[in-house]
Each structure stands twice: as C-alpha cells, then as structure tokens.
Design a protein around this ligand. Structure first.
Ligand SMILES: [Zn+2]
Length: 285
C-alpha cells in the first residue's frame, strides 16, 4: 500500500474501520455469521439481530480481527508493521500497546494466514499441532494435548513456493531415513532440515523429541542449502535460522507465514493480510 493511502486510512477510527469493513461484507451486504440469513434488525448499540435464528452479531463477529480487542487504527498499524516484517519487540517499540497484546495480535495474523492454507486442517484442530481455544473475546492457539509434530515438504515451482505437510511422515521416520538410507540432515536446536527427498527440495520440522543417540548431522547449519537450491529454500532456511525459540506447536504458523511472504513478494501484502484477518475463523474439528 502506498504511504499516502495508508495515511488516509489511518486518519481516524472511522476511516480505518471503513477500510477493514470492505473485506468483511461484499457491497455492504451483511448476513448472519451463524445461518447466513441476510434479514436482520439493527439494535441500539450498533449490533444486529438475525431475523431467522436471533443470533446477535456485529461486523467483526466470528472473524480473526475480533480477537485481541484492538481499535481499527491499531489493527492497521499492526498490519503495516507486519508488512514491514518487524519482530514483535520492534513493533512493540512503535506502538502504545502492551508487549503481550502485540504478540497476540501478530499470532492472530499468523493464524489467519495459516488457516487459509489448503492443508490447514492437517495442523489445526484437537488432535493436531495447534488447537484454537476461545475465552471471551480472546482466541488463543494452544499446543494440542495430543501434539503430533507435522513434517513439511518444501517445493518451488515456477517461482511459486509450497511448504506443505507431508502426509504420513513423522520426525522419527525422517531420522530413520537418515540413519538407514543416507538422507542428509542438519538442525538448529529443535528445527531439522533435510537434503532433497523425493519430489521435495527439503523436509522440514520442529520437534521436542530428541533424535536417536549417536545420530550424526551431515548438513552444516551455517550453510544449510546446496548451491543449486531454489530461492525459496534459501530464503526459508535463512529466516528460520534467525528465529529464536521456535516451538513445535507454532512452527506451522511460521513456515506458512514465510510461504505467504515469499509468494506475495511482488504484491501488496498489506491488503492481502487485511483480507485474511477479516475472514471468518474456520471451524476446525
Ligand atoms: Zn442467523
């Protein structure tokens, strides 16, 4: 987004709200988030009541943006700083918000991006990596009680990056491939990456499970990808190497964010981030 446009939208709470509402309702046509009925009654407090199921809702009900209780102006500021790829600490210095609030808002943006992925159902949900729990107006991604660590496969095809879950692969299987079939592996802390495997340019995962004893890592963390590696793999590994304290449950959010950034590298990520943030939180089982 051009700076002058940003300045226009950030001018007041109502201009910021108007910008975000564009992504919520097509042609201002509101409908009930529960039953999709268009007919509704406006209430005196600004909310609406569905004429069919009597559900009371407002413009952001059920959407990612409803999380964290931020003003629309603060959301636009956060989207801008996220767009600039700043750390939460650096964003916190720019805003009059508590560190935890900024952290939760950025996690919400990351969830909105990850939830739009085709394989989102494979890592969101009760038996998956991340469970979304709601308490009042706060939605927090929680490590699932039955945490299963997903293994991602990285591919780049004609400049488009894919970092998708590889069905049926677990970290133990990759360790086994390394020990018995010579698949090269390297790691930084809990994050592991492999040499090309089948159609993937690399396998990637983050796990708290310790590797088998006496396992030797053959890929150097300082120079993780081969010279012939596609740009995305270099970009991805370089970014992950710099992250501090990556946890297995948040790992899918980070890799999906990096895929999003890479695939939108020539586009306006501001409006795309706003669009995803204004979409409804999907129901994951
Ligand atoms: Zn309804």
């Amino acid at each position: 987004m051009r700076l002058v446009d940003y300045e226009h939208y950030i001018k007041s709470e109502s201009t910021a709200r108007r910008y975000l509402l564009k992504f919520c309702w097509k042609n201002h046509q509101r409908y009930c988030p529960r039953c999709r009925q268009r007919k509704n009654y406006p209430l005196t407090d600004g909310r609406r009541r569905c004429a069919q199921c009597y559900y009371t809702y407002h413009d952001f009900t059920g959407r990612w943006i409803n999380n964290c209780d931020l003003t629309c102006q603060n959301w636009l500021r956060l989207i801008k700083l996220f767009d600039m790829d700043l750390t939460v600490l650096a964003m916190n210095k720019e805003l009059d918000l508590a560190y935890n609030t900024v952290y939760k808002a950025v996690t919400t943006i990351r969830c909105a991006i990850a939830a739009s992925a085709i394989d989102a159902r494979d890592f969101f949900g009760r038996d998956r990596s991340i469970e979304l729990k709601t308490s009042g107006r706060v939605l927090s991604p929680t490590p699932s009680s039955k945490l299963s660590t997903p293994v991602f496969g990285v591919i780049e095809h004609s400049g488009v990056a894919f970092v998708d879950l590889v069905p049926g692969l677990r970290p133990e299987t990759v360790f086994h491939f390394h020990q018995n079939f010579g698949l090269e592996l390297g790691h930084w802390g809990k994050t592991y990456f492999s040499a090309p495997y089948q159609r993937y340019h690399a396998l990637l995962f983050c796990t708290s499970t310790a590797p088998p004893r006496f396992l030797e890592f053959t890929l150097a963390p300082s120079n993780p990808s081969p010279k012939t590696a596609p740009d995305f793999l270099n970009y991805l590994l370089e970014k992950i190497r710099r992250y501090r304290g990556l946890s297995p449950e948040k790992f899918p959010l980070y890799v999906k964010e990096l895929g999003f950034r890479y695939n939108n590298r020539n586009m306006d990520t501001f409006s795309e981030t706003a669009r995803l943030l204004c979409s409804f939180v999907p129901k994951f089982g």
